[in-house]
Write a protein that binds this ligand. Structure first.
Ligand SMILES: [Zn+2]
Length: 188
């Protein structure tokens, strides 16, 4: 025995038929309009394709499609190029921040040399000067004569430069230099 009542089946069929008839009626009343519009569009396209251009219309369409495709390819290439084309090496790691200062250096046959401190605020190169000397401690000051920032570090300059050099070597060994470079290139 079917659980569905026959009366509900009939109602669904009737409603379905009415909706279909309504859609068909609407479609029929709009058919000439849609038909003539479609016909004019097709005729316009056809006229364009067979019209007397310097080159055949169909060839022009192929050229346009190819040009669009190439443009999209070139634009996509430009967008993905910077992330792929430039792979950084350890030689690119020549700048980092240590102890409140920006340090720059070079690589030579003997390793890291020419380690130069710069102001972390305005990037002016700063020269070390003795801030305080006593039997217990030595303080070296790095004063920026451009923006006035002053950084005082424990030890003499040679000592501080050695600390910075060892930090650079540590980051080169651990691979942290990659994060420094990618952060810097993202800020540019
Ligand atoms: Zn400064």
């Amino acid at each position: 025995m079917s659980s569905e009542r026959p009366s509900s089946k009939i109602i669904i069929q009737v409603v379905g038929t009415v909706i279909a008839a309504a859609i068909l009626y609407l479609f029929r009343s709009w058919l000439p309009v849609i038909g003539s519009w479609l016909f004019s569009v097709i005729r316009a396209i056809w006229t364009f394709l067979i019209a007397g251009h310097a080159i055949p219309g169909w060839l022009l369409v192929i050229f346009v499609v190819c040009t669009l495709w190439l443009t999209v390819r070139v634009l996509l290439g430009f967008r993905t190029a910077p992330s792929r084309s430039h792979e950084f090496t350890e030689d690119d790691y020549v700048k980092d921040s240590f102890f409140g200062l920006t340090w720059r250096w070079r690589y030579g046959q003997t390793g890291i040399y020419s380690v130069v401190p710069c102001c972390s605020r305005c990037d002016m190169q700063v020269h070390p000067r003795l801030d305080h000397v006593s039997t217990l401690s030595t303080l070296t000051g790095y004063h920026c004569d451009n923006c006035g920032q002053h950084v005082s570090l424990e030890g003499d300059h040679q000592n501080i430069e050695d600390k910075v050099t060892r930090q650079i070597q540590r980051k080169l060994r651990s691979g942290e230099w990659k994060q420094v470079i990618s952060k810097e290139s993202a800020q540019r």
